[in-house]
Ligand binder design. Structure first.
Ligand code: ADQ
Length: 495
């Protein structure tokens, strides 16, 4: 693992997003490297059958691309399909460095240790984590591969920013390969408290992996405190507030709540097309008095069943009748090869069928359920069409949907029903906050949000919008990088 490999020979690939042939420049080293499980591009196959790359949508990519372009950055990640060797290539001012994952790596490292061990453990053990040595071995092996690819592409003294729970061992492995680098790590999901984290048979290794970084960022102050406390307890290290003292250096931990590209969303909902589409959606739903909306990856952490139960009970109680309110639940397909996710999908579909069977009228379901992905425009139109946005995760690092909804409601007319267990609740205090485990409480709060006066909605929304607009995703990236580097070299939005 300590031997640095030479770079491979150049090839050319075609990019859909920029419509030009892309030069591969593998010999060039980068001053700024992002390391994430996935590359920020998706492969698309054109009508002519030719494959090309398109930039993935999403806040993380939008926030980081300007820094990458300014710093001749590189992005190390998996390109999304198994058993494929791809050479590094450049697109839109970024060098993209594909890391190969075999079918077995995907099964053991990604679906296994990342999504069947760490994901449930870090989300309050809502589902039982799987502890298997074979999965751990694959996690180590793949993290080594990412660390090596990063070591190969990083210039002397480069800044490296490692992302998320799939790559927690990379900071330590990378520091061993390249002690000259400045390494930051950001965890997008919650970091659990001692009582849960101590279950993990490899708890010490994971902590040591993270301690390879100079700065470890979390979504909330709780995550940062948990990390410091666990480092003291399981690695026998001295700590002081948000710092962990090693022999030769200090690791800092901190909260850097991620956000959305508010300006992009505001511009989107300002277009006549999106506004027309929002009106059309309401009409297609039969112009009910109230439209409630849920938008989530289909995941057991998101509390989809709990919110649908609360909504259905309002009909059971006869508080609502068909025509008063319609719930639109969009559930993006997710991790469908993991058993837990297949079961969840069946359960939700059964629940929706039952609710409609009991309380809907002909041509007028009370719940509209869509198991599919939507474009940004369509999502923005849905946000505009919804009177109440329902975000009720049982545990969530942040939850960007809540912030997207707030950014979109420049008209100040929507209500946000938000779980106390979403990181977003630390910032969006003026939401209608709920404990999603409390179905009765959620039901009442949901009803309250549906019937809030226009003045109250506007008051709450104005305060939340201030927060989201001032603390957008540019600011998030900027604050993390400034903290990592200790100066202003990265200023993201300043250009
Ligand atoms: P996720 O668990 O994926 O992210 P979230 O923060 O809500 O959850 O982000 C989902 C993103 O996907 C949003 O931007 C949303 O618009 C989009 N999306 C959802 N359903 C969609 C659909 N049907 N069609 C199109 N787009 C859809 C993880 C953590 C979160 C943390 C983020 C970022 O679990 O807690 O907020 O990373 O750090």
């Amino acid at each position: 693992m300590t031997q640095l490999r030479p770079h491979k020979s150049p090839i050319r690939v075609k990019s859909a997003s920029v419509g030009e042939e892309l030069e591969v420049q593998t010999s060039k080293k980068s001053d700024f490297v992002v390391v994430a499980n996935r590359l920020p591009v998706d492969r698309v196959t054109g009508d002519d059958g030719e494959a090309s790359w398109r930039r993935s949508p999403g806040g993380l990519v939008t926030a980081i691309v300007p820094v990458m372009q300014r710093r001749e950055g590189a992005w190390v990640g998996w390109q999304g399909s198994p058993d494929e060797d791809l050479e590094p290539f450049t697109a839109e001012g970024m060098t993209l460095v594909p890391v190969r994952l075999s079918g077995q790596d995907i099964e053991l490292y990604y679906e296994g240790f990342s999504n069947a061990t760490l994901w449930p453990l870090y989300h309050d053990v809502i589902a039982q984590p799987v502890y298997r040595r074979r999965l751990w071995d694959a996690y180590v092996r793949v993290n080594e591969r990412f660390a090596q690819a990063t070591a190969d592409i990083a210039a002397e003294g480069a800044v490296v920013w490692v992302q998320d729970y799939q790559l927690q061992l990379v900071p330590k492995m990378l520091r061993e390969l390249r002690p000259d680098l400045r390494i930051g790590f950001f965890l997008h999901i919650p970091f659990p408290p001692m009582e849960l984290f101590q279950q993990l048979p490899w708890r010490r290794e994971i902590l040591e992996g993270l301690l390879g970084a100079d700065l470890v960022g979390f979504q909330s102050p709780d995550g940062a405190s948990n990390f410091v406390r666990l480092s003291r307890r399981f690695c026998d290290l001295k700590t002081q507030r948000h710092e962990v003292m090693l022999d030769d250096r200090t690791v800092r931990a901190g909260a850097f709540p991620i956000s959305v590209d508010a300006n992009e969303l505001i511009a989107l909902v300002g277009t006549p097309e999106v506004q027309k589409r929002a009106a059309q959606i309401r009409e297609d739903l039969g112009n009910p008095a109230c439209v409630l909306l849920g938008v989530d990856r289909l995941d057991y952490t998101k509390g989809i069943q709990q919110r649908l139960r609360a909504f259905t009970e309002l009909f059971k109680d006869k508080t609502l009748k068909c025509g008063d309110a319609v719930f639109v639940q969009i559930a993006t397909p997710s991790r469908e090869r993991v058993e837990e996710y297949r079961i969840l999908r069946d359960e939700i579909e059964l629940q929706v069928g039952r609710a409609n069977g009991m309380y809907a009228e002909l041509g007028a379901p009370i719940i509209n359920y869509m198991h599919t992905s939507y474009s940004r425009d369509e999502l923005a139109a849905l946000y505009l069409a919804a009177d109440v946005m329902v975000v009720t995760p049982l545990r969530d690092g942040m939850n960007l949907v809540a912030k997207e909804y707030v950014a979109c409601r420049a008209d100040l007319r929507g209500s946000l029903l938000l779980s106390e267990f979403a990181g977003a609740a630390n910032e969006l205090h003026r939401a209608f906050l709920v404990n999603p485990y409390d179905i009765g409480g959620t039901k009442h709060r949901m009803y309250e949000a549906m019937h809030a006066s226009p003045v109250e909605r506007a008051r709450r929304m104005r305060s939340m919008r201030k927060r989201v607009i001032e603390h957008d995703v540019d600011r998030w990236a900027n604050e993390f990088l400034v903290a990592l580097e200790g100066n202003q070299r990265h200023a993201v939005s300043a250009g």
